[in-house]
Design a protein around this ligand. Structure first.
Ligand code: FE2
Ligand code: FE2
Length: 255
């Protein structure tokens, strides 16, 4: 499994990134911590430009929809890579935790395929639009499994629950039911990822509340960066984020 993780992160083959070999079920008994940065296939051009927020009126253009779906494909790739990265970076974390990361990585690979198929069916190949590796830029500096679940799981994947709901609605309103359906499925399947993060946060700290979570975020990235314009309260509560937690998250944004 560890070899697979290293290979998947480092490969510069787009074919392997999008369709890696099946994950082995054999794990090393002990391993040293390894910190890796991702290989990037030449087909993918990197940008430093900040992503723009997209309005409903723009989504009536199929090119803009493809661009958004391509961005989501890259988010799923980054998430899959970062799950593999955490397995290597925190080898002494509980086995159950590491196996959970591998299972989530498999979900992210499946999500990538949904986006990839959508794009290919419409004549857009992977790499048509530039990518910005901002998830990697943020998450690769966490120093513990606790910080990892706080930032990626409760933070970015939590925010993804908000974004998925919003984009599902916007795609539907723009008449693209297939894109809306993919958003609905991904949103549903991301709930257990956030729940997984909340579970481990609680088991390592004895309790998950807004202030204990905020303490684990990087100092230059506060709670506002990891929430959507509208909170998906139902999905977030299904992921075991309490009404109090969500209330304080929202109040933080307001203030
Ligand atoms: Fe995903
Ligand atoms: Fe996820």
């Amino acid at each position: 499994m560890e070899d697979w993780a290293r290979f998947f992160i480092r490969t510069e083959s787009l074919a392997v990134k999008s369709t890696p070999p099946p994950m082995p079920s054999v794990w090393q008994e002990s391993a040293d911590a390894i910190d890796l940065s991702p290989g990037r296939p030449t087909e993918l051009s990197l940008t430093r430009k900040l992503p723009q927020s997209v309005k409903l009126s723009q989504l009536r253009d199929p090119d803009v929809r493809a661009q958004v779906m391509h961005k989501f494909w890259h988010h799923e790739l980054s998430a899959a890579e970062l799950m593999a990265w955490a397995i290597l970076r925190f080898p002494s974390a509980p086995e159950k935790f590491k196996k959970g990361l591998a299972k989530i990585a498999r979900d992210e690979l499946r999500h990538m395929k949904l986006y990839e198929n959508y794009l290919l069916e419409r004549g857009y190949r992977l790499g048509t639009f530039p990518i910005r590796d901002w998830l990697w830029e943020r998450v690769q500096f966490v120093e513990s499994p606790l910080q990892f679940v706080a930032l990626l799981g409760i933070g970015f994947e939590g925010a993804n629950l908000d974004h998925a709901e919003r984009f599902e609605r916007m795609f539907r309103e723009s008449g693209d039911l297939e894109a809306a359906g993919i958003q609905a499925q991904v949103g549903r399947e991301e709930v257990p990822h956030v729940r997984f993060a909340a579970y481990w946060f609680e088991s390592w700290t004895g309790g998950l509340d807004f202030s204990s979570w905020r303490e684990q975020l990087p100092s230059d990235l506060g709670p506002n960066a990891v929430q959507g314009k509208v909170l998906s309260k139902a999905a977030r509560q299904k992921a075991n984020l309490s009404p109090n937690f969500l209330h304080e998250l929202r109040e933080w944004r307001r203030s």
